[in-house]
Ligand binder design. Sequence first.
Ligand code: G1P
Length: 297
Amino acid sequence: MKRRVTKAIFPVAGLGTRFLPATKAIPKEIMTLVDRPLIQYAIDEARAAGIREFIFVTSRGKSALEDYFDHAPQLEQALRKAGKKELLEILQSTNMDSGAIAYVRQHEARGLGHAVWCARRLIAGNEPFAVILPDDVMAAEKPVLQQMVEAYAETGGNMVAAMEVPREKVSAYGVVEIAEDMGRMVRVGGLVEKPAPEEAPSNLAVIGRYILTPQILRHLNRKKVGAGGEIQLTDAIAAEVGGQGVYAYRFEGERYDCGSKAGFLEATVSFALAREDLGADFRRFLEGIVARSNAAE
Ligand code: G1P
């Protein structure tokens, strides 16, 4: 098995109903954190980790995503003419190489495992691949997928990103059964998708970054239905515990759950505060409104 990871699957077929009415007309992945679409953060993280081929699993109503990744020659021309070099650079940094992106449609909403399975023909029989859930936005000095690719070069097998969550929250996640705890790295003895807190094997939760062997796609072929009546990626990975092995990697960094409104707002505020061009003024503004609202209480 070669260990270089150069392809990533981005499941983006979800309807984004939690963000209605915004998502009535635009895909959730185009919604912006400060001034960049959610999907751009996932792409940048993948690129930093050495990903060269990007596979999007989409659905009806997602064509704005394809337009977003297209080059924009007229816009580039206008910016060039106007001498707006910085904006031109920002625009060009989102350009993708021709042939580097593939789109696959998921025709029915049958779960994350099914979405990944839809991309099976684009993954060769012996190559590992990454899966990135763009809803999980990561802020880290070294991009999280890069941390994992480096760790994976040592371990091989399958790897999921993981972090401790409060016990009462485990039913929102895939949860790890710890076979051996080596600190940053955990050898996984089992995985359970969305367990009840009292049944969860630990409070170590799977976060949306994966490096997987093609064997996972073979498990998904069985179309076994799991939690919530959906075909779960977690179940297919669990089936490899006794096969090529599964590791959970406690990443360094901050994770924002941008699948929820609260998480999206937290990411927005935190990313705005971290920006050189906006941070100082925005901090003063926030301090002001917090002070006023405290005084009014
Ligand atoms: C998915 C996975 C789950 C994982 C989570 C991380 O769930 O099925 O195992 O813990 O992403 O964000 P979802 O959030 O799509 O329900």
